[in-house]
Design a protein around this ligand. Sequence first.
Ligand code: MTE
Ligand code: MOS
Length: 709
Amino acid sequence: MNPISNSVTKRDHSIKINGSAVYVCDYPTEGMLFGRILRSGIAKGTVKNVKLPELPQGYYYVDKTDVPGFNEVHMIQDDTPVFTDNPQFIGDPVGMLVGVDELLVNEFLLKIEVEYDEETPVFDARLSEDVFFAYDIDKGDTDSAFANADRIIEYSYETGLQEHIYLETNGMIAQYKDGKMNVHGSMQCPYYLHRAVVHATGLRHEDISIRQDVTGGGFGGKEDFPSTLACQVAVAALKANGKPVRVVFEREEDITATSKRHPSYCTYKAAIKGGRITGMIVDVLLDAGAYTTMSMVVLQRATNGACGVYDIPNIKIHGHARKTNTIPNGAFRGFGGPQVFFAIEMLMTHIAKELDTEPVKFKKSYFVNQGDSTSTDGVYHFPVPLPVMLDDVLSDSGYYEKLELFKNQNGRFRRGIGVSAVFHGAGFTGNGERDVIKATVRLSKSADGKVEILTGNTDMGQGLLTTLVKIVAKELDIPPDDVILTLPDTRRVPDSGPTVASRSVMIVGELLRRACLSLKNEWIDGEEQTVEQHYRHPDFLIPFDAEVFKGDAYPTYSWAVNAVEVEIDTLTGYISIPGAWGSFDVGTPIDENIVIGQMEGGFLQSLGWGIMENCAPRNGKIGNKLLCDYIVPTSLDVTDMNVRLYVEEYPEGPFGAKGAGEMPHVGGAPAIIEAVQNALGINIYRLPFMAEDVMDVLRSQKAAEKEVR
Ligand code: MTE
Ligand code: MOS
């Protein structure tokens, strides 16, 4: 492996281990005001009247009439209100109560009486007529593939909501003093907040600063939502006479009011001729929730990934995201990929079973190769290492031996094993990087030869503070201790784009590496020097046209093969995970420990989504809103996790690195659901598939046995 992969101690290791890291809730509260958000109790309608209790001095209420700029949270589209009197989901923010004593603020909040005019909400995306976004892919000649088919196989798949459960809940502090607005807190994308706060407050760009505090996890959940919270606290701060206003959520509010992974409904029709798939017609529906937030880009990734790692010559894919009166769904590690990769992986297995062939070999015979065209008529420009990775994982996990061993089980415990093969397009979809983000990075050298990295990117646990420093130290050939990198403040750093889409190491890291090359060239001892680098689109790319969905959606891809073994207790339905194996190609790991940690964590998160995590709202309301009933897996759930890295270097990434952080969340769920369906001898079409679902299957299997007797 490249020597840069050798692991070092993470830069923020000791402050996190010894507890001195300052999160937003750790700031001294002396002189601070506390805000609590008044949230809609209805899923759709209008607020007729808000009756406040009598508020003592030092307490005040803000709502949309206090928003001096636009009452819109600026994102991709601006339909999310800062505060609303026309709620579109249970939890939609109506106003905020602010005061000096947090407990009293809570008490007064409960005493507010709200009168509504209710309208009929829509909770099921399949019944929604409100299409936020739609895309179509049309490749090859699907009509004749279907006209000439021997048979057509059709299946539908569903996936549920997923909550991020970052350890630190959302929180933000804003202070408006001497004409300056300072906002800081937990976030992924300081410049998103900056633009949103400009838009909502009407203040000048240069009078606003956004600073990231140490952030205890984001996983996409702090990509869009912090913009909303920042606008709300900033508006409240405008009325606070110079005092800071703080809002930090309890877990319950974080679960019931912030973004989730989009639920999905996918229907596949496959044309079969001579035992081979000749075409597919796919419908991908995402439940966007009440506002558009990130749905446009999540849907783009779901649409172009719907045929997975398979080379299907003729395809039509219709992707659409529809409005429902539920919490707006946004970014979550994998970004629309996990939903469709679950569907296509199950589909390929189900078709193989129908055709009476062995699923893994069947899948392998369709793997894409370097030079093949993608679903959007782009090209897989670089080697596709899937066949080797698959062989590694099959042998690491003992896949075929176990399949044999697990036949005809009839004791209390039944085992199963499943495997999946997936990709993740590295970085933004299409031309986002070139046309929208236009990243800039800066290096600033002081007279004593120390070099400061200036980017707007954030470390939320994925290790960016460490990996960016390693890249710069290595390229400048100076000790890492001479490289300075602190959490970003928009007053000091250029806009190098958001920390999303696993782009930071690959894109921002490479820009920094190139900045190092110029600095090295111009280096003058004893002088202060600054260099900047701007994003350059790789020349080899086939331009992406989002209108017709054609071209290279991604410059390159990361790849993964996962295998999971389960053991099902037929008495309780409980699914345990005796082993999990993965091979991941994310290019050169900039730090091996960090990347392995990323792979293990994302893999685990994906398994949780498959068999544990359920927060489906009933009538628009999420019932399980604490960590005692929204269950996420821990390291104790998979004590034997085996991760190996396969390195296919990406020439445009720093030292060969490509997108890493999201890759592991794509393939775990289909692998574990395949394992469960093998153990139970059934087909499964949805997730989560939990103990309750296992019991239902076992009960109906028993009933059927009785009938046969
Ligand atoms: N790892 C930790 N520990 N915490 C996180 O919040 N977010 C994930 C992933 N890994 C996350 C994480 C998501 S959603 C993304 S997009 C990538 O990290 C960002 O990685 P990057 O720094 O390479 O852009
Ligand atoms: Mo990650 S879902 O792109 O923040």
